[in-house]
Ligand binder design. Structure first.
Ligand code: 2AM
Ligand code: CA
Length: 264
């Protein structure tokens, strides 16, 4: 596959989709819930996904698409070229704030991440990476990530994980939150991963994400020398839900060893 040609098309489509989403601010959204009362989906999530699928199928008919809203292909494995798309990541922000949401696209060939795009629509910031060519925000190259210790780190984490929850003893990440310099939560996994790639967050962690939430971000992180694993330190499975721990390199080791290396 010609990564640069595919990237150019994806970048044009993502900007066009962003314009359509901004225009929708003038209209009345149709909001529904999915798995629970806080899991929102709107007509724009669905329309944006269908927009990408029609563009991709027209230009690259042999490519497959895995999308959050389920209009793409049913995939059991990642052979060939697969676009993994979240049409709106941070739907709650989209509905409540009309900002702080992103379109996320990861393009994989035989399971290897080749192209990542995360478009923060309202701030007009397009993060992208092409394997072997580095990562960029609006065409400004991102630096390789340096090392930092927990005591000087800003960590992206949602308060859910330091209060009683179904997935982790809150004292484990509570101790990390206490020791870190600061924490932030943006409500869009794709934007949070992009912030780590850009060096504005030192790490990001969460207990449950789906492939479309992280597929684009993983390509960015690899291009800047970051680390990506589950919170147990295991490889991320691209077609499954995973816990996610993205970090600067030395910090990843420190957090795994000092905070996460215990029974949950
Ligand atoms: P979404 O907006 O595309 O649903 C919010 O903390 C982040 O977690 C967002 O990136 C959101 O993506 C994602 N998210 C929300 N509900 C989720 C779920 N049930 N499983 C996995 N990821 C989820
Ligand atoms: Ca979404």
């Amino acid at each position: 596959m010609n990564n640069n040609v595919i990237f150019e098309n994806a970048a044009n489509w993502i900007k066009e989709a962003g314009e359509r989403i901004k225009e929708s601010f003038q209209t009345t959204l149709n909001i529904e819930t999915k798995s629970n009362a806080n899991d929102l989906v709107t007509n724009m999530d669905k329309e944006t996904e269908r927009f990408f699928i029609s563009k991709i199928k027209e230009k690259f008919p042999e490519h497959k698409v895995l999308g959050e809203e389920g209009n793409g292909d049913d995939l059991e494995e990642l052979s060939g070229v697969v676009w993994i798309i979240d049409p709106i990541d941070g739907t709650m922000n989209f509905v409540h704030q009309q900002r702080n949401f992103a379109i996320s696209i990861g393009i994989y060939e035989d399971g290897v991440g080749k192209i990542g795009l995360i478009y923060d629509v309202v701030h007009d910031e397009l993060y992208h990476a092409i394997k072997g060519q580095g990562a960029f925000v609006n065409d400004v190259r991102l630096s390789r990530l340096g090392e930092v210790t927990v005591s000087e780190a800003i960590i992206g984490i949602n308060a859910t994980w330091v209060t009683p929850n179904r997935r982790i003893d809150p004292s484990i990440l509570g101790t990390l939150v206490r020791d870190a310099r600061g924490t932030r939560s943006y409500g869009s996994a794709a934007i949070e991963i992009a912030q780590v790639a850009a060096g504005r967050l030192d790490a990001y962690m969460t207990l449950r994400l789906s492939p479309w939430d992280f597929a684009g971000g993983l390509v960015l992180i690899e291009e800047v020398g970051g680390m990506a694993s589950t919170l147990k330190g295991e490889p991320i499975q691209l077609l499954e839900e995973n816990s996610i721990f993205i970090s600067k390199p030395g910090l990843h080791e420190e957090i795994m060893k000092e905070y996460l290396n215990k029974e949950w």
